[in-house]
Ligand binder design. Structure first.
Ligand code: NDP
Ligand code: 8X3
Length: 250
């Protein structure tokens, strides 16, 4: 049985991926900052697979290495890493954006992803095996008004994904990115700092992706035969053409 470590497993895409992986008999290491949610999910999925939880902030590099390096033996060999933890903070023009928001996005979406990867990759190299999925975004393929630093953080994920493919190629480690468009999760609640009306308005009037849609794709990617690596994949809701064109009819 394989073992997957999923960051950002307390909500949205990460949580849906954990539920989907359990159906495929993949043991789970669930990560996030909200232990109560991790425990609830662990209790639910423990009936299907072995589940371990790790509560840490991906920005805290000491904690990242401490927690990952102290995994119990049965979980210490990670076959699949889902670099999913991330968020947008704010949606403001560059001239008025908050520096704290910028720090949060770069520290979580870029540096956090790097810390977790650095903690996991050595063992994958020793094993000459492993699969890393980096969750990017359409914001990592194009920029949109007021998206500036979030887009920059996801362009960085796109670049890191391509770099990992080059650097880890000789070790037989598969690396790929999935770049979703609009997915209805807690993402917009976080971006708009709890303003529910603003958050809901993002998903009104069309049928957005659901976290389960992305989890289904991630599950497809990790269940391909070893010689198949899905390197880069963009997925939109049907109503979305790009970051700024969404056909709203409902
Ligand atoms: P959610 O807000 O629902 O989930 C975000 C997850 O990231 C949570 O589990 C959260 O856990 C975790 N997380 C956030 N900050 C930290 C941190 N500092 N340390 C550890 N974990 C953290 O959003 P989504 O599921 O939508 O987002 C998942 C990924 O998908 C993100 O990388 C996002 O950028 C990307 N994405 C989302 C899209 C969308 O439209 N929703 C579209 C394209 C990409 P906790 O708070 O418990 O720590
Ligand atoms: C999330 C999608 O369009 O809000 O990455 O940037 S978007």
């Amino acid at each position: 049985m394989k073992t997957a470590l999923i960051t950002g497993a307390t909500s949205g895409i990460g949580k849906a991926t954990a539920i989907e992986f359990a159906k495929h008999n993949i043991n789970l290491i669930l990560c996030g900052r909200r232990q109560d949610r991790l425990t609830t999910l662990q209790d639910k999925l423990n009936e299907q697979v072995n589940v371990h939880t790790l509560c840490f902030d991906v920005r805290d590099k000491e904690q990242v290495f401490k927690k990952i390096n102290s995994l119990p033996t049965e979980f210490s060999s990670v076959d699949i890493l889902i670099n999913n933890a991330g968020n947008a903070h704010g949606l403001s023009p560059i001239q008025t954006g908050s520096i704290d928001d910028w720090d949060a996005m770069l520290d979580i979406n870029v540096k956090g992803l790097l810390y977790v990867s650095k903690a996991i990759i050595p063992k994958m190299i020793t094993n000459s095996a492993g699969h890393i999925i980096n969750i990017g975004s359409i914001a990592g393929k194009e920029v949109y008004p007021n998206g500036n630093v979030y887009c920059a953080s996801k362009h960085a994920v796109d670049a890191i994904n391509k770099s990992m493919q080059i650097d880890l190629n000789q070790y037989g480690i598969r690396v790929g990115a999935i770049h979703p468009g609009l997915v209805e999760t807690e993402f917009s609640n976080v971006r708009f700092k709890g303003d529910e009306a603003k958050a809901n308005s993002i998903y009104n009037g069309f049928d957005p992706l659901r976290p389960e849609d992305v989890a289904d794709i991630i599950s497809f990617v990790v269940t391909r035969p070893y010689h198949v690596n899905i390197a880069d994949l963009v997925v939109f809701p049907t109503a979305q053409a790009n970051s700024t064109i969404v056909h709203k009819t409902l």
